[in-house]
Design a protein around this ligand. Sequence first.
Ligand SMILES: Cc1cc2nc3c(=O)[nH]c(=O)nc-3n(C[C@H](O)[C@H](O)[C@H](O)COP(=O)(O)OP(=O)(O)OC[C@H]3O[C@@H](n4cnc5c(N)ncnc54)[C@H](O)[C@@H]3O)c2cc1C
Length: 294
Amino acid sequence: MLLKELSYVRPNSVEEAIELLNTYPDAGILAGGQSLINVLKMRIGAYSTLVDISALKELQQIRESMGFISLGAATTYDDIIHSPTIMLNRPILAETAIRIADQQVRNRGTIGGNCCYNDPTCHFPPLLTAMGATMLIAGKDKRSEMTAEEFFTGYYQTALEPGELLVDIRIPKPQRPYGDAFVPLSVGGTDVLNAVTVTAHLELNAEGKLTEVRLVAAGVGPRPLRMTAIEKVLDGQPYHLSDVASAVATFDISALEPPSDVHASGEYRRQMVPVLTERALKTALEQVGRGYRE
Ligand SMILES: Cc1cc2nc3c(=O)[nH]c(=O)nc-3n(C[C@H](O)[C@H](O)[C@H](O)COP(=O)(O)OP(=O)(O)OC[C@H]3O[C@@H](n4cnc5c(N)ncnc54)[C@H](O)[C@@H]3O)c2cc1C
């Protein structure tokens, strides 16, 4: 199906983009277009004007600061994959970006678009939730920030208000040994479509005990889900856990209400959560143990 006729504008700055979004209330933001154009073609959504932010250099910067790295919202997956700053500080971002679709999608698709679209199969919402990322938002005459956990509110929903733009994503640089793991259950062999994912992050304190444990399941509900029961059990434990399975078993999967669709039944998704969690945890614990991501 062809696109409906609409207006197209290309602002020269974030301020101008926000001005346009607030001048035309029926305007939508176009980043990489890898999801939005399909949505418009299929008539699932409609805008009268598209505000194209993909060429805004100020939204494409990857910067390193004292305690964090920041990624502009229009940073493409390909930029992430080839960034030395990311490889040095949080390689899991590049390792995850390279799993997304194919080179054409990775050339155009952006981390901000991935987050704002917030499809339950998307790679970045659960990853950024587990990494403890902060989302920076610009609106008319105001700037605000919130945690990734607060940002992702439901299926295809975020905490963004009309007229607001996600501008930057801040990701902490752990100051001690840490482990990061992203484990998908994908339909189609590679990560063509993630039916369920589990992401793990953990750090090791000076006493050799686990801290900052975050475990996130996605594809099993409306938003990335922190598995706090397991996090609490692991917090303060030595890293050479002898019984990962018992820790994982503290999470009550019967409370989950995953969707059923052509890719996987809800019950299958539910049963896969502990399996993927155990794998993600073991990978993250191995990294911490050998100081790989130190
Ligand atoms: C063949 C194919 C396979 C794919 N496979 C995967 C996959 O395996 N994993 C995966 O995660 N994704 C996958 N995708 C989706 C892809 O990653 C998209 O790039 C992503 O969902 C949206 O990013 P985008 O930059 O293209 O955003 P767009 O499509 O331009 O925008 C998506 C939505 O976000 C909004 N938006 C974009 N940027 C901002 C911003 N800065 N502030 C506020 N709102 C904004 C737009 O208005 C729109 O509503 C696939 C896409 C295709 C076409």
